[in-house]
Design a protein around this ligand. Structure first.
Ligand SMILES: Cc1cc2nc3c(=O)[nH]c(=O)nc-3n(C[C@H](O)[C@H](O)[C@H](O)COP(=O)(O)OP(=O)(O)OC[C@H]3O[C@@H](n4cnc5c(N)ncnc54)[C@H](O)[C@@H]3O)c2cc1C
Ligand code: SF4
Length: 472
């Protein structure tokens, strides 16, 4: 097929559950490409010689190569090609912000014609990973001879899982310590089932277990064992404990009943399956009008979860305009389709309770956009005297998270930034403490899955070198 013919193929859209159906269930919204749709979408790729898409991928997947394999019907080969660089393709294919990474660089997206939208790289990545899972045969590679070295990984989010996978494939023994009773970090307790089915996270963890990784759950490092104690037992330690400390608004009324941090709200809904109460153990307040504060993925997940938990009205309250929202475009679109109402350029000033201590209203101040701030986005500026009140019966605060402070607090030798992120050497992932590496959200603050995995990959390579030659 020549380039001219490829340019005639329209972008293939992925089938999705209809909004009026999906708001009554927890199942995944996009249903995935069929093999026919995937091959057609792959045919759109121009196989560019310089492939700018690769430079846009934080883990440098050979994108044109895997797409060509899909075009040729070699789905197994395509998956193997992706896995050379990315251990968790079914997850990244679903949650990575491809529209800001590989796809924004795609040659096709530079054209002004609508037909030339970027190749759907993420959807193709998801397709091959799903295809393998549906075959029901997990391809387990043979392992090299054991090195006799043993690494400890703290946290089983994408950073920790990547380190565990890379190190076991290099012949080391690996033990993962996880504070919660289930693996996956935010992939399990934060991102909802309708966006990332837990079956997929479990499949990836199962793969690691089959490779020989040991998981210890309900195991809080910093309480049960210190880093110093781990170093007596293990040859190297990786900290991937994430950014699970929620930020709050610091406005009056924030401690009223019915005010949740997004972490608590989503953990109840996802990890503890409150949507299934009383069949599950954990309840959640059946609010009718839920206001979610924030404009990122966490806010979209909360507002969309509120609808599925039975809210008649679910609002997003955001202090800038939609253009500045950090959430993925797809999530914003899905939220709107599901009936989430967006109230933009507003900031909460207080939450008002009834005489029983439950939320009944929220007061908002109107904002306008000023000059860009340090983030490059236009700064929200309050409009004096513009306060107004709307009735709500639950408030979910989704305005950001900071690194989990426990391990740095208990381990003064590990140096941190003023805002709590562990300081590492970017080239190696080393912390200031000998034998200890860190990566993911505990270093970056709340960031992305692929950046956490990228950190994990760098750290694993350096941990391997250290364990083999002993040089710090
Ligand atoms: C609701 C939500 C939606 C998101 N949506 C997206 C998205 O669409 N796309 C995207 O790319 N990113 C998204 N993110 C961000 C992304 O999930 C994170 O950047 C990523 O999970 C960070 O990975 P991590 O491995 O560093 O940490 P985490 O995933 O946070 O995992 C850390 C793990 O460490 C464990 N832990 C913490 N302290 C200890 C301890 N002392 N001892 C033992 N274990 C400990 C925690 O229980 C947790 O399991 C979202 C985040 C949230 C909260
Ligand atoms: S830039 Fe786009 S068209 Fe070119 S190789 Fe990458 S995915 Fe294919």
């Amino acid at each position: 097929m020549n380039a001219k013919e490829r340019l005639q193929i329209p972008p293939q859209s992925m089938p999705e559950q209809e909004p009026h159906v999906r708001i009554h269930n927890q199942q995944e919204v996009p249903l995935g490409f069929t093999p026919e749709l995937a091959v057609k979408e792959a045919q759109r790729c121009l196989q560019c010689r310089k492939a700018p898409c690769i430079a846009g991928c934080p883990v440098s997947i050979d994108i044109p190569k895997f797409i060509k394999m899909i075009e040729d019907g070699d789905f197994k080969g395509a998956l193997a090609k992706i896995k050379e660089r990315n251990m968790l393709p079914a997850i990244c294919g679903r949650v990575c912000p491809q529209e800001e990474q590989c796809q924004v660089q795609c040659t096709l997206s530079k054209s002004k014609k609508a037909i030339h939208l970027a190749v759907s790289i993420g959807k193709l990545e998801r397709f091959v990973a799903d295809w393998e899972r549906q075959q029901g045969v997990m391809d387990i590679p043979s392992l090299p001879a054991k090195t006799g070295k043993h690494a400890a990984v703290i946290g089983s989010g994408p950073a920790g899982l990547t380190v565990a996978g890379d190190l076991i494939l290099m012949g080391h023994d690996v033990t993962v310590f996880e504070a919660l009773h289930k693996p996956g970090g935010v992939l399990t307790y934060g991102i909802p089932e309708f966006r990332l089915p837990k079956e997929i996270v479990n499949y990836e963890v199962e793969y690691l277990k089959k490779l020989g990784v040991t998981f210890k759950f309900d195991y809080v490092i910093g309480k049960i064992k210190s880093i110093e104690e781990l170093l007596e037992e293990f040859d190297a330690v990786f900290i991937g404990t994430g950014a699970g400390l929620p930020s709050f608004l610091k406005v009056p009324g924030e401690n009223l009943l019915g005010v949740y941090s997004a972490n608590e709200f989503l953990t109840r809904a996802n990890l503890m399956k409150a949507y299934d109460f009383p069949a599950s153990d954990t309840p959640i307040f059946a609010a009718q009008t839920v206001a979610t504060i924030g404009g990122g993925n966490v806010a979209m997940d909360s507002a969309r979860s509120a609808i599925r938990l039975g809210a008649k009205k679910s609002y997003i309250l955001y202090r800038r305009s939609e253009k500045e929202m950090p959430a993925r475009i797809e999530e914003i679109e899905h939220a709107k389709e599901e009936g989430v109402e967006f109230h933009l350029l507003v900031n909460p000033t207080r939450i008002i309770g009834n005489n029983k201590g439950w939320v009944k209203e929220i007061e908002l101040l109107k904002m306008e956009l000023g000059e860009p701030d340090a983030s490059g986005r236009r700064r929200p500026v309050p409009i004096k005297g513009s306060e107004f009140i709307i009735p709500v019966d639950a408030v979910v605060v989704a305005i950001g998270n900071s690194p989990n402070p426990l391990i740095p607090k208990e381990t003064p030798e590990i140096k941190t930034q003023s805002w709590g992120g562990i300081i590492i050497d970017e080239q190696t992932g080393k912390t200031s403490m000998k034998g200890v590496w860190a990566g993911g959200d505990i270093v970056l603050g709340a960031a992305t899955v692929i950046l956490a995995m990228g950190h994990g990959r760098i750290a694993a390579q350096n941990m391997h070198e250290y364990m083999m030659n002993g040089q710090w």
